[in-house]
Design a protein around this ligand. Structure first.
Ligand code: EPU
Length: 332
């Protein structure tokens, strides 16, 4: 591998200025096997869409640019497709739709790469990516290449084995099972309303994708115009008892029961209620249409973003007694 210093500003969707001490681009598996690292680089960079990069990134930054989309198997309604970790997620979703490989349409327009998708088990509009993953191909540092079944990956809400054991694997490719026989999911959020608005009674997967793209474009800022990393915090999980005491006090509070009896609260709503929606502090703020998204209005430093996010956490804790956990990864 050839390690050089590199400006990471173009490689993070928050648009934060950051300098990598040692940077290398990974373009092939052979390159990886020749190098055969025994331990993880300090930062593995994919689409840079879920990161809060501090201004100096010490140690090694590996940029995963592994490509390739390959049909592995076609049986009846289903197609198994292997996709390189460095491929842009949304480009792959569009490519899959063009080929009639349906099942990912609810996840259209999520930023980032295919290799990053399993790490935090990306999800939106009632679908999590783990529902379409058959296996993940990875390199285990110090050991070599291996395959993990979906079960091995221990997927949960915005969580997986890869997230829990961050220095253990480098994801190189993901196998998806897609097809034209998955029931369409339109029950979540604004999808059904948008389809009705679009005059669609019997939606196809491309119709659902279009609805998702329209909704996301309306609610979430385009990072190429206004830097951001999507949801800055996770939606907090609380006990049913605590959720009930909150809903007694705040009758409009959105609450979603999840498996295991816990209740998921909407972080965006909590932040909004604290008056942060559209609020700006210098170059940092909460987006005007979705308080859960912290935005860089231009020239913000990572230190300013962090300080602003801590103000948000303190306000929510003080008003609701709920602790917000960052969804974005803080990289120093
Ligand atoms: N809400 C407000 N004010 C706000 C924001 C939200 O009142 O400023 C309310 C909404 O009206 C709604 C509830 O809070 O009742 C939830 O909001 P929304 O449906 O927009 O979804 P979310 O919980 O904020 C999650 C994901 C998003 C994903 C959407 C759609 C997390 C942390 N975020 O957001 O993912 O796009 O659902 O499925 O789970 C991301 O991870 O980067 C991301 C954007």
């Amino acid at each position: 591998m050839n390690w050089t210093t590199q400006d990471l500003t173009p490689f993070n969707t928050f648009g934060l200025t950051a300098q990598a001490e040692q940077y290398a681009a990974l373009k092939s598996i052979d390159q990886l096997l020749d190098w055969a690292p025994s331990q993880a680089p300090d930062l593995v960079l994919g689409g840079g869409s879920n990161l809060l990069l501090m201004s100096q990134i010490s140690g090694k930054t590996l940029h995963v640019l592994l490509g390739g989309v390959q049909v592995m198997r076609e049986t009846g309604h289903r197609t198994e497709v292997r996709v390189g970790a460095g491929i842009n997620w949304h480009q792959f979703v569009l490519y899959a739709l063009e080929n009639g490989w349906y099942g990912l349409e609810n996840l259209a327009l999520i930023p980032g790469t295919v290799g990053a998708a399993p790490v935090q088990n990306i999800g939106a509009y009632g679908l999590e990516v783990c529902e379409r993953i058959v296996r993940v191909h990875a390199y285990e540092y110090g050991k070599g290449q291996l395959e993990l079944s979906a079960n091995d990956c221990q997927f949960a809400y915005r969580d997986s084995l890869f997230k829990r054991e961050p220095g253990r694997f480098l994801i190189t490719a993901v196998d998806f099972e897609l097809g034209d026989d998955f029931p369409i999911r339109t029950h979540y959020g604004a999808i059904q309303d948008r389809l009705t608005q679009n005059g669609i009674k019997h939606p196809t997967p491309p119709d659902v994708a279009r609805a998702v793209i329209e909704i996301r474009n309306q609610k979430l800022p385009d990072w190429s115009l206004m830097g951001n990393s999507g949801s800055f915090f996770k939606n907090p999980m609380v006990s049913a008892d605590f959720a009930r005491s909150l809903s007694d006090q705040y009758v409009d509070m959105p609450q979603y029961p999840v498996d295991g009896g816990q209740i998921k609260l909407a972080a965006g709503w909590l932040i909004d209620q604290c008056g942060f929606k559209g609020k700006r502090q210098g170059a940092v703020g909460c987006y005007k249409n979705q308080a859960l998204v912290i935005v860089n209005h231009g020239g913000a430093t990572s230190e300013e973003v962090l300080a602003f996010s801590q103000d948000v956490q303190q306000a929510v804790e003080a008003k609701f007694g709920v602790e917000l956990e960052r969804e974005v990864r803080l990289i120093r």
